[in-house]
Design a protein around this ligand. Sequence first.
Ligand code: LLP
Length: 423
Amino acid sequence: MTTTNFPTRIETLAGQPIPQLAEKFGTPLYVYDAATIEARIREFAAFDVVRFAQKACSNLAILDLMRKAGVLVDAVSAGEIRRALAVGYQPGRGEHPEIVYTADLFDRESLDLVVENNLPVNCGSPEMIDQLGERMPGCGITLRINPGFGHGHSQKTNTGGSGSKHGIWHTQIADCVKRGAKYGITVTGLHMHIGSGTDMQHLSQVCQAMEKTAMEVGPTLRSISAGGGLSVPYREGEQRVDVAAYFELWDATRQKLAIALGTPLTLEIEPGRYLVAESGNLLTEIRAVKQMGENLYYLVDAGFNNLARPILYGSYHPMAICQQNHKSEVLLDVVVGGPLCESGDIFTQEEGGFVSTRQLPEAKVGDLLIIGCAGAYGAVMGSNYNSKPLAAEILVKDSDVHLIRARQTFEDLIRGENIPAGK
Ligand code: LLP
């Protein structure tokens, strides 16, 4: 099921009858369709390297699928490095390194892991160059540029400009090259990611900024990375990013730079959302249908502990109902909320927290409500708030259904907690 094909009443997900999935695995349940991910991957075939920003959906089974499809990976933390290694991505460097550590800082554990595994680093702050230089003198690095402007679907996902903490400020790149030289470090790549959910209008500005900075760095460069950020259609009628047009603009920049610098350049892209968003749906059960003044509420068993995007950014997700033991053609304007003890636990809200309604089929307790386009930044941003377990996750591949994350148990929830001994 993709967003552009999301009716408000559905019976199957990834070809599987929804009631059976709910019955077998329980709810809330993340359901991913491998075929959708594989189709998205194919769209990027023209790029030399497709590097999955695993923060969008880092379940081991999803990483394994990416690796087998030839997609490389980035890691923003020690945990993400370990995940990549766990599914068989190879450590080390080489022409197309399989794992790249990309962050604005090293915590001590991530620095140790980078050194142990000889991982290439995309530095998002000048301090990282010193910290790396002391441990791995003579290595090559890439620099993440903050070009002084950015764009995202929300201010919180805009990663450029002085209002964002990300990257190295564009006027400091030349200083960073000198800073690296003190340790024998060479700048071999540049990377730019101005935000998540950005648009084509900003792309030519980004390419120009890349060209300007690359000329300052010079012929040591071997690669440029377009970052991630490609948007997907969450709402009916929203335009899908044209990946071919995206490639053409970046390829023109690559070619221009290759001629100017006299060296071939690898072109990387680092999508997260685009590869996985539409493959994932959050399956929930309606547990209450109540009228509160002028508003009718459907309360489901998933909350912002399972999908935080609406409460964080006012993000819109398509929704559908699977009626269980009745049929009704009636459509109603409803507010959809979860079980958490917070008024903000509402899936139909806009940025700023304004509650809105959605037109959905008439439903009863026990009907299933599907929240679509939830594969990116869904399960990974889950929490145990209100002592709720993380949702189970399943992957449907070639008509087989695989449980890829068991629902947490109460024991999982309290693991590591201790009551002090004594009086
Ligand atoms: N590369 C870097 C350096 C990033 O920081 C990100 C996302 C990506 C790539 C992947 O961006 P994508 O292709 O997914 O747009 N939680 C937010 C999104 C946060 C994005 C963080 N960085 C959301 O749910 O919309």
